[in-house]
Design a protein around this ligand. Structure first.
Ligand code: GLN
Length: 192
């Protein structure tokens, strides 16, 4: 299985490392031709405004949209989730916009800028998943047909899936728990 990791800015190296641990071919993507022949794509955390500008400059935006429409499995984490959403309530940045979600950037106040919390994610099994939140967005609204995978204790939605598209507000690549990536690989392989 060949998984591409958008590598224009942000935490792409950590995704590559966790995929390699899972013995999956993990390839950085910076050029449109590097999107060819992939079984899945990861859009990492970082700065969503910067990533949006860079993928337009590198001619990746239209190609990623069309691959998503052709059912390429895509995982977006943190800034990557912002880019997958089709509505961002507090920013003018241009998202890829292939998931029916409304998100809000930097949704936690200054004091909770970054935090860690155990998440219940039934799709990953009983054991709580370590949620690492760094200037994280939230999902304000997930529209019909979108499966909600995780919420905080106050019910805020922090992970969702629609078909082969998966989005989370936290950073599974910064933990040593590979279950979220394994779940994405299972989606990509048609096992989930
Ligand atoms: N706050 C960042 C943004 O809006 C996302 C932070 C992250 O990816 N860790 O793009």
């Amino acid at each position: 299985m060949r998984i591409g990791i958008l590598a224009v800015q942000g935490a792409f190296a950590e995704h590559i490392a966790i995929l390699r641990q899972l013995e999956v071919e993990a390839l950085p993507v910076r050029l449109p031709r590097e999107l060819k022949g992939l079984d899945g794509l990861i859009i990492p955390g970082g700065e969503s405004t910067t990533i949006s500008h860079l993928i337009q400059d590198y001619n990746l935006m239209a190609e990623i949209r069309s691959l998503a429409e052709d059912s390429l499995p895509i995982l977006g984490t943190c800034a990557g989730m912002i880019l997958l959403a089709d509505k961002i309530s507090d920013s003018e940045l241009e998202p890829i916009g292939v998931m029916d979600l409304t998100v809000r950037r930097n949704a936690f106040g200054r004091q909770k800028d970054s935090f860690e919390t155990e998440l219940k994610i039934p799709a990953l099994g009983e054991k709580p998943f370590p949620g690492v939140f760094i200037r994280a967005p939230i999902i304000e609204q997930a529209n019909s047909g979108t499966e909600i995978l995780a919420r905080l204790a106050d019910n805020t939605i922090v992970a969702a899936r629609k078909g082969k598209l998966l989005a989370c507000a936290f950073h599974p690549e910064l933990t040593d728990d590979p279950r979220f990536h394994q779940y994405f690989l299972d989606i990509a392989a048609g096992r989930q």
